[in-house]
Design a protein around this ligand. Structure first.
Ligand code: GRG
Length: 308
């Protein structure tokens, strides 16, 4: 039989219904997050933690973790505690990033920032509470996975948060504010840590939970590093092209805070092209998995097409 008569074996990324996929996954994650953190005493701190954790957002990080575990043949439910922990860590970083001592923002996810509602003292503690709880939540709630894999996940999370990840990236970012001579290398150094490290952790944790081989881990890390950087380039572009309503946070903040950004260095068109190139490479990394990789590949494409 000649090839053209065969039904194509592989559905292409454009045939994959990403909208439905993201909506379904997001609903699952929202429910798990709500159940993960019941109100306790003192109520004030639990309310502040829940205020930001349950404020919506795209839930991209937990979805990446679940999708990676599934790609490698593991049940989603097994990765859910880690997926929730990743969103707790992400939310902590947003609360702290918005503080007056950092980026000083009034709006996030379409509502007032944590410190605007609860005060700076409680906002700092709400972030700390979420960070500590993320680790506790993985350790206490991950079932039917070996202790060795759970310890690996905890180590990945710690590394993504610390000086090699979020903290280091944020320090460099603060250092570069107001400077006009920040190079592309420095900017990439910042964002590989500030944004990329946690996105990579989402994929690596999902992979480790599913018992990934070292080849799987290498491929998936390259995928994640590429989408991480692309995500930040698009974030910088949206800061200049989207409205505050679309973003759910103050637009144009990078200019007013005199931040170094990719559009400032390269212009919008080149920045978009570089992000698309990174995503193309990310998608190629996963071709070896065939149709099973469609969710992760479609997420990569969504990263350069997103509007918020
Ligand atoms: C206190 C230990 C400790 C660490 C925090 C403040 C800080 C150090 C780091 C800042 C990290 C940060 C806020 C990076 C920006 C990443 C980014 C592009 C966030 C926006 O992510 P989206 O668009 O947001 O996925 P939603 O709301 O959709 O989840």
């Amino acid at each position: 039989m000649i090839q053209t008569e065969l039904k194509p074996l592989l559905t292409s990324i454009s045939d994959f219904d990403l909208k439905t996929y993201l909506t379904t996954e997001k609903e699952l994650v929202e429910k798990a997050l709500d159940e993960s953190l019941p109100l306790g005493k003192p109520e004030k701190i639990y309310e502040a933690m829940r205020y930001s954790l349950l404020a919506g957002g795209k839930r991209l990080r937990p979805i990446l973790c679940l999708a990676t575990a599934q790609l490698l043949g593991e049940k989603k439910i097994i990765a859910m505690p880690t997926a929730c922990a990743l969103e707790m860590i992400h939310t902590m970083s947003l609360i702290h990033d918005d503080l007056p001592a950092m980026d000083n923002d009034d709006y996030r996810r379409g509502r007032l920032t944590n410190h605007k509602v609860y005060g700076e003292d409680i906002a700092i503690l709400a972030g700390d509470g979420l960070l500590a709880y993320a680790f506790e939540y993985v350790a206490e709630n991950t079932k039917n996975i070996s202790a060795e894999r759970i310890v690996k996940v905890l180590a990945i999370l710690g590394k993504a948060v610390g000086a090699e990840g979020l903290v280091g990236g944020q320090v460099m970012d603060l250092d570069c504010e107001g400077k006009s001579d920040v190079t592309a290398e420095t900017l990439t150094f910042i964002h590989r840590r500030k944004t990329g490290a946690l996105l990579e952790a989402c994929v690596s944790c999902g992979a480790v939970l599913a018992g990934a081989s070292s080849d799987d881990l290498t491929r998936l890390s390259i995928y994640a590093q590429n989408i991480g950087l692309a995500f930040q380039i698009i974030d910088d572009i949206l800061d200049v092209t989207a409205t505050s309503e679309e973003l759910g946070k103050t637009a144009g903040k990078d200019i007013s805070a005199q931040k170094a950004t990719y559009p400032k260095l390269w212009g919008i068109e080149t920045s978009q092209a570089k992000a698309e190139e990174l995503v193309k490479d990310a998608i190629e990394q996963l071709v070896v998995y065939g149709e099973k990789a469609l969710p992760l590949q479609a997420i990569a494409q969504y990263i350069v097409q997103r509007k918020n």
